[in-house]
Design a protein around this ligand. Structure first.
Ligand code: GDP
Length: 456
């Protein structure tokens, strides 16, 4: 496993800087063979993480580029192994020749996520932090990046470890009781144990409840924009996104497919989906768009219904609103407020419909719309915990731990024998072990690291 691996760590294409990374036995020496320092110190002899300036050479020793290099020895490196990094100009040709030069000297091309996988196997990162690395690389909004950084810094890991450790202590107590099978659990001891279980059940419950926020922040709160053709859906999406993402024209039916953008509005990440409208059509392409619109509307947590405020409200407008207002929060956007037109017609709106008057063209009312959307997303009332669950794997493990702790608690209160209670406690410990990767499940870890890019 711990052979020498190498990969280009910077993204494909040209850029200011390009980085080649090596990890494994001989990393410093191999990197030193393709890097000739300007000073007297050879790369292999340099102190940890001290940058050296010098020249990079290709397979046959010809100068390729000049740049910086450093080594970082085990165990104080990202992977926990001996590592070296060469920083040259961001030229795909220079980088591929450098990679060729180190592979010719025995390094092997790294697979996706292999550096981080080694970090995990060497105990430098637990699985939740490794997942934080992927989420951080994939983050598309500031909130998603902050959340991933928090996970990477170990917020979820520490919470999981605290529960894990309380349960390990408890299982030790059960073992002690089991060593004296003739004695019953005395009531005082049973109550102390019950309290530990109650506390851990509550902590796990709280953790489970963070999944909605975690996913919403990571992926964005899905918000479908619906309305009659020409009401201004695409214009509104563009105005909220701050750039021209959807094609805006005054020919009805231009948005044939769904258009999606991720934006952060008033601090809340959203996935805004501009739909093709929900009207019937004979055009097969338009029909596909209509189908996707229906799907987006079904899955959305929030719906923006756009009415053209410069025109009389039509039966179709009302039908779309009625279809959207099926219990989810709906914002009724009375658009084109810059044009001649009356105020939103008086009339009782369903309780879950919040009207906002805007102009997608002048931007008037957009601030209020953003605040309304952020409020309706409903993410601000859960105390913004630092530790949040951000994927189904984590949620499943926490759910399993929670069920097992609850079963142990119920059993303890019902007078179940300690050996059976112990099984439940151990099940909870093993579920938490999977969450952080203490209990390594090869199939699961392999799947996690496959999602990484090469060079990370
Ligand atoms: P969609 O079919 O609902 O996506 O509507 P579009 O966004 O393509 O807009 C249809 C037309 O209405 C375009 O000509 C837009 O420029 C215009 N429009 C959209 N919003 C406004 C607005 O707030 N004020 C004015 N004056 N025109 C708007």
């Amino acid at each position: 496993m711990s052979d020498l691996i190498a990969a280009i760590a910077t993204p494909p294409g040209r850029g200011g800087v390009g980085i080649l990374r090596l990890s494994g036995p001989g990393a410093a020496e191999t990197a030193g063979q393709v890097f000739h320092p300007a000073g007297k110190t050879a790369l292999a002899d340099a102190p940890d993480r001290q940058l050296l300036y010098g020249q990079m050479v290709d397979n046959s020793g010809r100068v390729l580029d000049s740049g910086l290099a450093f080594v970082s020895r085990a165990p104080r490196s990202y992977t926990g192994e001996e590592t070296a990094e060469l920083q040259c100009h961001g030229s795909p040709m220079v980088l591929s020749l450098l990679l060729e030069a180190v592979t010719a000297r025995g390094a092997r091309l790294a697979g996706p996520g292999e550096f981080t996988r080694r970090a995990f196997l060497n105990g430098k990162l637990d699985l939740t932090r490794a997942e934080g690395v992927i989420d951080l690389i994939d983050a598309e909004t500031p909130a998603a990046a902050r959340q991933a950084a928090n996970q990477l810094s170990g917020a979820l890991f520490r919470r999981a470890e605290a529960i894990y450790s309380a349960l390990v202590d408890l299982s030790a107590h059960f073992h002690a009781v089991l060593d004296y099978p003739d004695e019953d659990l005395d009531p005082f001891r049973a109550e102390t144990m019950a309290q530990v279980l109650r506390d851990q059940a509550a902590a796990l419950e709280k953790l489970s409840a963070t999944q909605r926020r975690g996913l919403a922040v990571k992926n964005g709160v899905l918000c479908a924009i619906v309305g009659r053709p020409n009401a201004g859906k695409s214009s509104l999406l563009n105005a909220l996104a701050g750039y021209q993402r959807a094609i805006v024209t005054d020919i009805p039916g231009t948005t044939r497919d769904t258009v999606e953008v991720k934006v952060e509005l008033a601090g809340v990440p959203f996935r805004l989906v501009d739909t093709a409208g929900v009207r019937e059509s004979d055009d097969p392409i338009e029909q596909m768009g209509v189908e996707r619109s229906r799907q987006a509307m079904e899955e959305a947590s929030l719906i923006l219904v756009v009415w053209d405020g410069s025109q009389p409200v039509t039966g179709e407008d009302r039908a779309i609103l009625a279809q959207a207002a099926d219990g989810r929060p709906v914002v009724l956007v009375w658009n084109k407020s810059d044009l001649e037109g009356g105020p939103l017609p008086a009339g009782a709106l369903p309780e879950n419909v919040t009207p906002v008057e805007v102009s997608a063209v002048t931007g008037q009312g957009l601030d209020e719309l953003e605040r309304t959307l952020a409020r309706l997303a409903g993410l601000s009332d859960d105390g913004r915990p630092d530790e949040v669950l951000t994927n189904a794997r984590q949620a499943e493990a926490v759910g399993r731990a929670r069920e097992a702790v609850t079963a142990a608690l119920d059993g303890l209160e019902a007078g179940t024998p300690p050996d059976l209670l112990l099984l439940d406690v151990e099940e909870a410990i093993s579920a938490l072990g999977e969450l952080t990767g203490r209990t390594v499940r090869e199939d699961i870890t392999a799947r996690i690291f496959e999602r990484f890019c090469v060079g990370k």
